[in-house]
Design a protein around this ligand. Structure first.
Ligand code: HEC
Length: 145
C-alpha cells in the first residue's frame, strides 16, 4: 500500500468511526425520547401508603371529609385515571361516561363506581367516601362530560 492509499484509508476509518459514534449518540437520544414519551402520566398514590404521599397529603384526610364536593373528590381521587383515560378509564369531558350511562343506566354506573369494575378500584380509591359522595362525584363527572 503506498503512502497516499494508507492516508486515504486512515481518513476513511476516522470518518467511519465518526459516523458510528454519531449514530449511537443519535440512537441514545431516540431512546431517551421514547422513554420520556411512554412514561406514566402520573403516579397513583393509594390512601394510607406512606411511601408516596407528601406530609401535606398525609395530613389531608383529617380535614378532607368536611365540605367535600363532587368536584373536589374528583380532583383528589379520580382525575389521576379519568383525567387522561389511564388503564382504559372513561376520559373526563369527552362523552365516554355519558355514553356508558345511556348504555347501562345510572344505577349500574354507581354500583360499579362504588364496588369497582376491572381496573376501576372500589370507590376510585376514595376509601372514606360515602355512597352519596361517590354519587355526587359521578354526577359532577357526567355534568362536565
Ligand atoms: C386507578 C384508576 C382509576 C381511578 C383512581 C378511578 N377510576 Fe373510575 N374507572 C377506571 C377504569 C379503568 C374504568 C373502566 C372500567 C371498565 O369498564 O373496564 C373506570 C370506570 C369508571 C366508571 C364507569 C363504570 C361503568 O359502569 O362503566 C365510573 C362511574 C367511574 N369510573 C367513576 C370513578 C370515580 C367517581 C372515581 C373517583 C372517586 C374513579 N372512578 C377513580 C379507573 C379509575
Amino acid at each position: 500500500m503506498n503512502k497516499f492509499a494508507a492516508k486515504a484509508a486512515s481518513a476513511l476509518c476516522t470518518l467511519g468511526l465518526g459516523l458510528v459514534l454519531a449514530g449511537s449518540i443519535h440512537a441514545a437520544t431516540d431512546r431517551d425520547a421514547i422513554i420520556e414519551r411512554i412514561k406514566p402520566h402520573g403516579n397513583i398514590c393509594l390512601q394510607g401508603d406512606e411511601t408516596c404521599g407528601t406530609a401535606a397529603a398525609a395530613a389531608a384526610p383529617a380535614a378532607a371529609t368536611a365540605g367535600r364536593t363532587g368536584e373536589s373528590i374528583y380532583t383528589r381521587s379520580c382525575a389521576a385515571c379519568h383525567g387522561s383515560g389511564v388503564l382504559g378509564a372513561p376520559k373526563f369531558g369527552d362523552g365516554q361516561l355519558s355514553a356508558l350511562k345511556n348504555e347501562k343506566g345510572m344505577e349500574t354506573l354507581l354500583a360499579n363506581a362504588i364496588n369497582g369494575i376491572n381496573a376501576m378500584p372500589a370507590r376510585g380509591t376514595c376509601a372514606d367516601c360515602s355512597d352519596e359522595e361517590i354519587e355526587a362525584t359521578v354526577e359532577y363527572m357526567l355534568a362536565n362530560d
